[in-house]
Design a protein around this ligand. Structure first.
Ligand code: PLZ
Length: 445
């Protein structure tokens, strides 16, 4: 068992003011004058520092983090190895632009990505700043390498907020509304969603493939892009066999299979990547979030013959693979390995599933408990139906927040509460968070 990290900020949740506290409320007013109203305003407690699974706000409240900044700080906050690696790199040099004069850490990150991502084939990578940028570049590579244009995406998908990735993302509000026109040659097919479609993986894959073949034509398809477990869309885990069937179809038809592991990757699901669970070997894998412990870094890793089909200068960007972010990634990967956080993610999953499934027996609003490893969610419904109950999800998140537990919602219908704790969370912290969550669910039902 991993125990709590020794911490000067303490390891226990402790709420000392109403939330948000007076200093956070004042800062929030200041913000309104200068920060665009277009940004999501989640839980406006302003954070001063953090360690392990505890966030400390400017009013001195200690908040239990069950979100990891949306699956980013998987190794926890203020990890000594990461602090040292980043500090040393800042002192050495902060930037050269890898395209102008290169440095070793970029190469080392690409070596790690080649060895950690599934498959033993030759792989090369390119590094970027954000998940959306990685997705954009994966699509560029697939189109160039195949000479085809169509991209297949799925219902409930989330791939980013840039122009191309808005087109790839499914949900209109808040991501796309009135931001068009969107990029062409994007085709959406149904996702396997066992709770709602009742189909086996093979049946759901056959349905998707039939639509692609009749409405797009396999020979027009450059890439099939899929989150192996959907994140923003509602932590939707496809039925067993869905991903392998799609992967087989792409191989047979010369289509590039792109796994978007931006949210599900880097030990989150109890494997290094979510596709590992079914031994699927993607042609390209996109990574970000958990890769670099909070520093902005994203990767596109793929078969060398695809990635190297691009002409010199076809891929790049000023900051992509910044040396500080690369140092953070190397420290993050080492920490994930040294602390065996892949195994800890599985343990966390067992604890979450046991607790939430037993809670589901007692209340009528939990329609589904699903996920894998430390990526687990509850889908809320109106009792006795499968109709989405977004009001319950919202009330539960609010209740948790007010008790100093940071949980967030997701889902096309806004009716899913997701848990993404740092993988270094202790058993005691997890039990504390679960007891608050259970009280929140009971009060909403
Ligand atoms: N692909 C699977 O989960 C980012 C979005 C938060 P960026 N998810 C969090 C928000 O509301 O903007 C994400 C993802 C998957 C791509 C992305 C995009 O990654 O680093 O946010 O661009």
């Amino acid at each position: 068992m991993v125990s709590s990290i020794d911490s000067s900020v303490g390891t226990e949740r402790n709420v000392v003011t109403e939330l948000p506290g007076p200093k956070s409320r004042a800062l929030h007013e200041r913000r309104k004058a200068v920060v665009s109203a277009g940004l999501t305003q989640g839980f406006p407690i302003y954070i001063e520092r953090a360690e392990g699974a505890i966030l400390v706000d400017i009013d001195g409240n200690r908040i239990l983090d069950l979100s990891s900044g949306i699956a980013v700080t998987s190794i926890g906050h203020a990890v000594p190895e990461l602090i040292d690696a980043v500090s040393d790199q800042v002192a050495a040099f902060t930037h050269t632009c890898f395209m102008v004069t290169p440095y070793e850490s970029y190469v080392e990150v690409c070596e790690e990505l080649a060895s950690l991502t599934p498959g033993s084939h030759a792989k090369t990578s390119a590094l970027f700043n954000s998940g959306a940028e990685a997705i954009e570049n994966a699509v560029k590579v697939a189109r160039l390498a195949t000479g085809r244009e169509a991209i297949i995406v799925f219902d409930h998908a989330y791939h980013g907020r840039t122009n191309l990735t808005m087109a790839l993302t499914a949900k209109n509000m808040p991501y796309k509304d009135r931001f068009g026109p969107f990029a062409p040659e994007i085709y959406r097919v149904p996702m396997s969603y066992p709770f709602l479609d009742g189909l086996s993986g093979a049946e759901a894959a056959a349905l998707a493939i039939k639509l692609i073949e009749t409405q797009v034509g396999a020979h027009n398809v450059a890439a099939l892009l899929i989150e192996p477990i959907q994140g923003e869309g509602g932590f939707i885990v496809p039925a067993d066999g869905f991903l392998p069937a799609l992967s087989e179809w792409t191989t047979k038809n010369g289509v590039v299979f792109i796994a978007d592991e931006i949210q599900s990757g880097f030990c989150r699901t109890g494997d290094w990547f979510a596709v590992d669970h079914e031994d699927v070997v993607p042609d390209i894998v996109t990574t970000a979030k958990g890769l670099a412990g909070g520093m902005p870094l994203a990767g596109v890793t793929g078969r060398a013959e695809l990635m190297n089909a691009v002409h010199e200068g076809g891929l790049g960007g000023t900051y992509g693979g910044n040396p500080v972010a690369c140092a953070a990634a190397l420290a993050t990967i080492k920490t994930l390995r040294d602390r065996n956080l892949v195994a800890r993610a599985r343990e966390i999953g067992e604890i979450l599933f046991a607790n939430l499934r037993s809670l589901q027996q007692d209340v009528a609003i939990i329609g589904d408990v699903r996920g894998r490893g430390a990526m687990v969610a509850m889908e809320f419904v109106n009792p006795g139906t499968k109709e989405p109950n977004a009001a319950a999800a919202k009330a539960i998140v609010t209740y948790c927040n007010q008790q100093g537990v940071l949980a967030i919602s997701c889902g096309t219908y806004g009716n899913v509460v997701r848990l993404l704790p740092p993988l270094v969370i202790s058993d005691e912290q997890l039990a504390d968070g679960l007891s608050v969550l259970a009280a929140a669910v009971r009060s909403a039902s």
